[in-house]
Design a binder for this molecule. Structure first.
Ligand code: ZN
Ligand code: ZN
Ligand code: ZN
Length: 256
């Protein structure tokens, strides 16, 4: 959120505390018709020309990358933006205003208004390709896969530290538990995989993807620089929605 926009702020006094002096106040510097705005504003997965869409995405990706390189905060607070130069602050607010065009929509509307967020998050990569790439770097020390009743699960007495330890099929298969004393069972009540949870399973029982010794995949935070802004804004948006605060005052910067 940009400074000067605290929730329920409506007095001059609040403005003085949270925003820059009025004469320096940032003015939005893009138009609905700009080639880096229009294709995204009117995005339609079925009819949009993707080369125009990706070109617009690359404009915003570059801004996000530059902000990240300079260490600009993902969420502006009262003071954390003040040490940055005017151009950087202007870029950040432009990105902020731009993302608000999409995040200010009704949260419970149909999916359509949010499709463009997927395109932005993917930063110019086809969305499914991006999703696949992200799933390859998804990492957790514990599996925690949850299954419902009558799912197949495993229990290895050789590896278990407690009698109720259980493993999902994929973790069990990935380890193999060769020569171990194990049982395969239908989980009546459902359950969760304990792979990687060293309170209940010996390290030897983990699959290669879980546990303290598992290899962390290499990832590149620049791949998600727009996602960082979007996810933060969506969380704030969701929180405000829960608080009953309606987003009505900035569907689009008024002077554009
Ligand atoms: Zn085992
Ligand atoms: Zn596992
Ligand atoms: Zn598992």
């Amino acid at each position: 959120m940009p400074p000067g926009e605290p929730v329920a702020s409506n007095s001059e006094k609040d403005e003085d505390v949270f925003s820059e002096p009025k004469e320096k106040r940032y003015q939005p510097c893009f138009k609905k018709s700009d080639p880096f705005v229009e294709p995204l504003l009117n995005f339609d997965a079925d009819t949009s020309k993707m080369e125009e869409v990706y070109s617009a995405v690359s404009h915003w990706t570059q801004i996000a990358l530059d902000l990240k390189a300079k260490g600009y905060p993902i969420a502006e607070g009262i003071n954390n933006w003040k040490k940055f130069d005017a151009k950087t602050r202007e870029d950040a607010r432009m990105l902020d205003d731009f993302l608000n065009l999409f995040i200010s929509k009704n949260l419970y509307a149909q999916d359509k208004p949010y499709e463009v967020l997927r395109v932005l998050i993917a930063q110019g990569t086809p969305y499914l390709e991006f999703k696949e790439k992200m799933s390859r770097v998804d990492f957790s020390i514990k599996c925690n896969t949850i299954w419902e009743n009558d799912a197949v699960a495993y229990r290895c007495n050789t590896c278990a530290l407690t009698p109720c330890m259980s493993l999902c099929e994929s973790c069990f298969d990935a380890n193999g538990h060769a020569g171990h004393d194990y049982t395969r069972f239908f989980s009546r009540e459902g359950g969760a995989c304990d792979c990687g949870n060293q309170d209940v399973i010996r390290e030897q029982g983990n699959c290669p993807e879980h546990g303290d010794e598992s290899k962390r995949p290499k990832y590149e935070m620049n791949d998600v620089c727009i996602a960082e802004y979007i996810v933060m804004k969506l969380l704030v948006r969701l929180f405000l929605d829960y608080r009953g605060w309606l987003w009505s005052h900035r569907d689009f910067p008024a002077k554009v």
